[in-house]
Design a protein around this ligand. Structure first.
Ligand code: PLP
Length: 284
């Protein structure tokens, strides 16, 4: 593939990009990350990703390895060196390499890696046809608001959805939908209310979610931030999910029940258009 990858201040050919086997990101998933979409060579929702990265690091008492200006410069440099037009930049910060111990090491130097991935972003099958989801128990840990790299539970849930021929899993806890495996979950009730789970430690505070709430309000569309059950979701007029890498993507089926006419709904389509138009204007 021949990408240029960022590792601790250096831009290296991907075969030469390496970190220590003692890195706590590798040994203990002691690491946080961000995924920023790139459209037309520009970074989407970047200030939000910077803010959340700082918050994740703070929650884990991890040192901030670079300031925001340096992180943005590094992202731009990676986009330029890899001639990235559409795709994403992945950035990971670990607590660094140290002898294996459950106690956080004192004075470890954080490891910072980042790389690009080119892929079509706007014209996707999911955007055109919608995705199908199945619900299953949310088996993840209790601090889902911290964007850590421990992604095995959502990965297992996604695989379970794929095994039954669906696209993703919506995770359920105490009878209420928390979120998708890698996205925030939304429904539109039959009387037109747009609903998504309220913020807490139970879900990731999606950057796309926050932007969609803002753009919806500006377009006089009201969003209710509250928990909803699987039954309410199945009875909804439409549903969709949001994520940096998927923007607003319609959900057309939940547990085998088609929503509406089984095609992407008008609210999801409108919010996708609003999101793309507004976030491109603000891209850096
Ligand atoms: N929820 C989870 C569990 C995620 O992993 C993600 C993205 O990776 C999201 C929600 C969506 O967040 P964002 O819009 O910031 O990409």
């Amino acid at each position: 593939m021949g990408r240029t990858v960022y590792v601790n201040g250096e831009y290296l050919p991907e075969e030469e990009a390496k970190v220590s086997v003692f890195d706590r990101g590798f040994l203990m998933a002691d690491a946080v990350y961000e995924v920023t979409s790139v459209l037309g060579g520009r970074l989407i929702d970047f200030p939000g990703h910077l803010r959340r990265l700082a918050r994740s690091l703070g929650e884990l008492e991890m040192a901030r390895p670079m300031d925001d200006a340096a992180i943005e410069a590094m992202h731009r440099e990676l986009v330029a060196r890899n001639a990235l037009v559409d795709g994403m930049v992945y950035m990971q910060v670990t607590r660094g390499a140290a002898d294996r111990d459950f106690v956080y090491p004192v004075g470890a130097t954080p490891t910072v890696v980042a790389f690009t991935q080119a892929k079509p972003m706007e014209d996707t099958v999911g955007a055109r046809d919608g995705i199908k989801v199945v619900t299953m128990p949310d088996i993840r840990w209790g601090r889902r608001d911290i964007k850590t790299v421990q992604l095995l539970a959502p990965s297992m849930c996604k695989m379970a959805a794929k095994k039954v021929g669906k696209d993703d899993a919506w995770l359920v806890e105490d009878g209420f939908v928390t979120e998708g495996t890698s996205n925030n979950a939304w429904i539109v009730t039959k009387d037109g209310r747009i609903v998504t789970r309220d913020l807490s430690e139970r879900i990731l505070h999606g950057i796309t979610r926050a932007a969609v709430i803002e753009y919806a309000a500006a377009a006089q569309m009201k969003v209710e931030e509250r928990a909803f059950t699987v039954e309410e979701a199945k009875a909804a007029a439409e549903a969709f999910m949001t994520a940096a890498s998927a923007f607003v993507t319609p959900v057309v089926e939940i547990d085998g029940v088609a929503l509406g006419d089984g095609r992407p709904g008008p609210v999801a389509r409108r919010l996708r258009e609003l999101y793309l138009a507004e976030s491109k204007k603000r891209a850096v």
